[in-house]
Design a protein around this ligand. Structure first.
Ligand SMILES: Nc1ncnc2c1ncn2[C@@H]1O[C@H](COP(=O)(O)OP(=O)(O)OP(=O)(O)O)[C@@H](O)[C@H]1O
Ligand SMILES: [Mg+2]
Length: 345
């Protein structure tokens, strides 16, 4: 088709990342939608995020995704449409969309990706799906073909996906509902416990990015925050120390580490042996936390290789797949009629 464009789409709980082949560039924006009176979309993306935790009760601001999966079709479509429109102001009908999807996903959940790309204002698009761990592996230069096995962990905003790739496929994959948002909530919990102060998750995220560190620090760094005193119910200003923030982060990271340990116990021994030698590949936006790989290594007893791609890992893999004929085998077409097939996509 004359003006057909190809896009790679990573719909994340916190951000949506899109690669446009025409522009040969990737774009990232908050995956948030603000809806008034449960129907009218009034803001999308970064603009909607600005309203998060500040909007009046009649406006709901939420991500269309929950725990790495599409939770609200209409909002997901609004978010995707708005971003595609920003990238290519004249969206052509009949584009090709490559979606990164979790490896362990049901037929119904796959159907949601098709519906998002062909639901309302987006029409006549061809849809391909690529398993996220495969996209991550390709971005990191790991061959999914290797018979010895490689393990990849992506810690995102509301999900940690752990997968083992061997012999050209994802042999085991598990997604646990823990990520950056749960880390933020753990920080809120720790501050509530130590200072009797309620803070919002946006403030917790700010503290995490500013002071979160899993390396040895003296913990003396501090930030002023404003919250609600849980005893009096009145606003209060408090100086929060880094060690309190890091204790909160650690509570959540220990839970993630424990899940990784359990997952490795289920891994076939020869593969686990190889993974122990090569190390576990670690990626996702939440791995920006300094020292996270050392902390997880201490909890699980395996070594970790931290990727420098962080949240852009999956979209980089999609970009490589879109650009290379040899890698096309990793993209499976998703057709509406075929969705009911018992095996395959
Ligand atoms: N410097 C930082 N330190 C710690 N965490 C960070 C930092 N920067 C970003 N994050 C966290 O990374 C997360 C976003 O990562 P990512 O974009 O990989 O998630 P996502 O793909 O939107 O979510 P999911 O894969 O769970 O659907 C957010 O929770 C954010 O708080
Ligand atoms: Mg993600």
């Amino acid at each position: 088709m004359l003006f057909q464009n190809t896009y790679g789409v990573d719909l994340g709980t916190s951000t949506i990342k899109i690669y446009s082949q025409n522009r040969n560039k990737s774009f990232i924006e908050k995956n948030m939608v603000a809806v008034r009176d449960k129907e009218r979309v009034i803001a999308v993306g970064n603009e909607a995020y600005e309203m998060f935790e500040k909007a009046p009760a009649s406006i709901q601001v939420a991500s269309p995704m929950a725990f790495g999966m599409i939770a609200d079709l209409a909002s997901a479509e609004a978010s995707l449409y708005s971003m595609l429109h920003q990238i290519d102001w004249k969206i052509r009908f009949g584009s090709i969309l490559y979606f990164a999807v979790p490896a362990d996903i049901t037929q119904i959940e796959k159907r949601a990706y098709y519906a998002v790309a062909n639901g309302g204002r987006l029409q006549n698009n061809r849809v391909f799906i690529v398993e996220k761990p495969v996209a991550d592996a390709i971005a990191l230069g790991i061959a999914p073909e290797s018979p010895k096995g490689n393990m990849i962990i992506n810690i995102g905003a509301q999900s940690t996906e752990m997968s083992i790739l061997a012999d050209d496929r994802v042999i085991i994959s598990r997604m646990v509902p823990l990520g950056g948002r749960q880390i933020n909530e753990a920080i809120c919990g720790e501050i509530r416990r130590r200072y009797h102060l309620h803070i919002g998750t946006r403030t917790a995220r700010r503290l995490k990015v500013a002071m979160g560190r899993m390396t040895d620090t003296d913990g003396k760094e501090a930030r002023k925050v404003v919250g609600i005193d849980s005893l009096t119910g009145l606003p209060k200003e408090e100086v929060v120390y880094a060690n309190v923030v890091n204790d909160g982060i650690m509570n959540c990271l220990n839970a993630i580490g424990e899940e990784i340990r359990k997952f490795l116990e289920r891994t076939p021994p020869q593969i686990a042996y190889h993974i122990a030698k090569t190390g576990i590949h670690l990626t996702g936006g939440s791995t920006r936390l300094p020292g996270i790989e050392k902390h997880l290594a201490a909890v699980c007893g395996y070594s970790f290789n931290l990727s420098g791609l962080y949240d852009s890992c999956t979209i980089t893999g999609l970009e490589k797949i879109i650009k290379s004929k040899d890698l096309q085998k990793w993209a499976k077409p998703l057709k509406q009629r075929k969705i009911k097939d018992r095996n395959g996509f």
